[in-house]
Ligand binder design. Structure first.
Ligand SMILES: [Fe+2]
Length: 302
């Protein structure tokens, strides 16, 4: 079984900017840079969680999932093969680059690369946030959640829930047409959410959860002071009850910066349907209208 979101790799021409954006604004810790310029950002005692690799365009390089061990990864690979997807064990240098003991990599039906990894490097009591911050909520809930855009939600649901074991938390259906499905693999209400976007595959946002509401307020102040455009104002979601706001990053995807998400318990959880995103707030901003709504990895020509 997949246990959590372990790490995320992005290629971007803006990688240099992330060396200050990550620590100064988001409160992440800058880990030693790689020779090729790659920026590695930490959010807890894990070696690193977010990698920004130099690249000509913004793209998702890999999505890293944590599994308990090699045996579990191989069992998942067997299951993927039944769905026509081949997973391959990555060479030792790739595992070393990801700071894990080993990993199996595969490409999903939409062209995104995923990595099933185990034995991640952990350095207790070493995390130092880039700015004053109480810390990020990680541990067994992993680094946060991601929201993907795919052209076919039914196909994505088959793949992620049936083949990979993501469990449905709930769904938001707006106007009978816009649908988002939220999935959990641990206590975090959702580690993965998937929205249907005709002809498009991409990463809409990455959610980072802090240990205090003050960390969210501080980030909000810093965005205002540094002219970082917000995508959505402060608000509270209907399903995970996260109090958060959304900001535009230099690499096209957004970051949801939040606090106070609820946990789900599989024994008692009832999957629900909502007709809106938020109880209050999360209003789109004026500057956001001219900015990319997501990091688009693939768009079919109409
Ligand atoms: Fe989110």
């Amino acid at each position: 079984m997949i246990q959590s979101l372990a790490y995320l790799g992005i290629t971007t021409p803006s990688y240099e900017q992330w060396a200050t954006f990550g620590p100064d604004l988001l409160g992440l810790e800058l880990a030693p840079r790689r020779d090729d310029g790659t920026v590695l950002l930490r959010m807890d005692d894990s070696a690193w969680r977010l990698a920004l690799h130099p690249g000509e365009r913004d793209d998702v390089a890999y999505i890293g999932w944590n599994v308990p061990d090699a045996k579990t990864a191989r069992a998942l690979a067997d299951r993927l093969a039944e769905y026509g997807v081949q997973a391959h064990e990555a060479p030792p240098e790739t595992a070393a680059a990801r700071a894990v003991e080993g990993l199996l990599a595969f490409t999903d039906p939409f062209g995104l690369r995923h990595e099933l990894s185990w034995g991640r490097d952990h350095r207790p009591a070493t995390f130092r946030p880039g700015r004053p911050l109480s810390g990020f909520k990680t541990g067994e809930q992993g680094m946060g959640h991601i929201v993907l855009l795919v052209p076919d939600l039914a196909q994505a649901d088959d793949f992620f829930s049936d083949a990979l074991g993501f469990r449905l938390s709930d769904r938001i259906v707006i106007g009978g047409k816009m649908q988002i499905r939220f999935y959990h693999v641990n206590g975090r209400h959702h580690t993965l959410a998937i929205a249907e976007a005709p002809g498009v595959t991409g990463l809409q946002h990455l959610m980072l959860e802090t240990n205090s509401l003050d960390d969210v307020g501080t980030a909000l102040d810093l965005c205002e002071r540094n002219d970082v455009p917000l995508a959505l104002t402060l608000g509270r979601h209907v399903n995970d009850l996260m109090t958060s706001f959304y900001l535009h990053t230099p690499a096209a995807f957004q970051i949801e910066y939040g606090f106070g998400g609820i946990a789900v318990d599989d024994l008692s959880w009832e999957s629900r349907t909502f007709d809106r995103f938020s109880i209050w707030g999360h209003h789109p901003t004026e500057p956001s209208k001219g900015l990319p709504p997501a990091l688009i990895t693939r768009a079919e020509q109409a």
